[in-house]
Write a protein that binds this ligand. Structure first.
Ligand code: HPA
Ligand code: ZN
Length: 333
């Protein structure tokens, strides 16, 4: 039996594997600056968040049609099932596709169809979250959000991603007010490269339900106390943090400190095709590094489920499966 988990921090565009990038480029007549797999793979050496984002945004030029979005979503779900994912809350970047002339209907429609198909085939339930670029003006996010709602596109929430430093959450206050007023869930990347103050702003001004990353909270003990008291979910992505040099090595990752502080931490994969692995690889990395007990692994899995936007009784059902996994202790169920 695999440990059942909810994947809450995963960018669809970050699941685009190098092989798929080249295949879609050929299929769609898109010319990339790196024509061979070898040359493409050489680009995957990052010095910080921006160096990754530059490659990530260039590569997604290969996504052109509704069928492309369908195909990559289904490919992700197939891989996620193998990693034990039972529920996913999938991010996508609407601005990245709109600026290339692809309609919201094709993007959201293609992804949603695949999510429904994946639910039947792999038993993975789902939510879909549109992430806005913090490096773009808030007016752009607002316009797209209004369109998503007015045209009835099937999204469950909004998030905030892309370059963090210099783009504080405060810039997006009205966008998040509008989203909450229209019944959407709200999350935001904060405290990945940005200071603890950005986490405070995301909580106070955007009134988010989860913080994506949030690892820099540890620099502010008052903030840690608050996050613990509120049991605010933090979706931590260990392999991403190492590959983007937010931490030097896995040994320097603050996961154990975060758990010991009583923070509601869960483990996720961010952009698995870029950072060296899916959810199972992220779990394996922290289990190996921090010698996590089965009970600690179960805590991380329960946190992911409890931090999700699933309703009851789905949450309790999945948590019961975690208990079953824990009691199985080495026995194959
Ligand atoms: N951080 C910010 N923006 C992103 C990321 C990330 O890790 N992945 C895709 N967009
Ligand atoms: Zn992310």
């Amino acid at each position: 039996m695999k440990l059942p988990v909810a994947e809450l921090h995963i960018h669809l565009e970050g699941t685009l594997e190098p092989e798929a990038i080249l295949r879609l480029a050929a299929q769609n007549g898109v010319t990339l600056p790196w024509p061979s797999l070898e040359q493409l793979r050489e680009q995957y050496d990052f010095s910080n968040l921006q160096s990754f984002l530059d490659l990530f945004y260039t590569n997604l030029a290969v996504l052109r049609t509704r069928a492309d979005f369908h195909e990559i979503t289904l490919a992700y779900l197939r891989r996620a099932e193998a990693a034990g994912v039972r529920h996913v809350e999938l991010f996508f970047d609407p601005q990245a596709h709109l600026e290339r002339g692809i309609g919201l209907g094709e993007v959201v429609g293609g992804i949603r169809e695949a999510l429904h198909e994946g639910e039947k085939r792999f038993g993975i339930t789902h939510k879909l979250i549109a992430c806005f670029w913090r490096h773009a003006p808030a007016a752009s996010a607002m316009e797209i959000l209004r369109t998503l709602i007015a045209e009835g596109h099937d999204v469950d929430g909004i998030g905030l991603d892309s370059s963090e430093l210099g783009y504080p959450p405060a810039l997006f206050r009205e966008v998040f007010d509008y989203a909450r007023d229209h019944g959407l869930h709200v999350v935001a990347h904060a405290g990945e490269e940005g200071p603890p103050e950005y986490i405070v702003q995301a909580l106070d001004l955007l009134k988010v339900e989860r913080i994506d990353h949030g690892i820099r909270c540890l620099e502010d003990p008052t903030l840690v106390e608050r996050l613990v008291a509120e049991q605010m979910p933090l979706t931590v992505c260990p392999l991403s943090n190492v590959r983007l040099r937010t931490v030097d090595t896995m040994a320097d990752h603050p996961l154990r400190q975060m758990l010991e502080a009583g923070l509601k931490v869960s483990i996720h994969s961010d952009d698995p095709a870029y950072f060296g692995g899916y959810l199972d690889a992220n779990f394996a990395a922290v289990i190996g590094q921090f010698e996590l007990s089965r009970e600690e692994q179960a805590v991380l899995a329960r946190n992911s489920i409890e931090s999700s936007f699933l309703e009851e009784p789905a949450k309790s059902r999945l948590c019961a499966e975690v208990d079953l996994w824990l009691s199985a202790e080495g026995r194959d169920l």
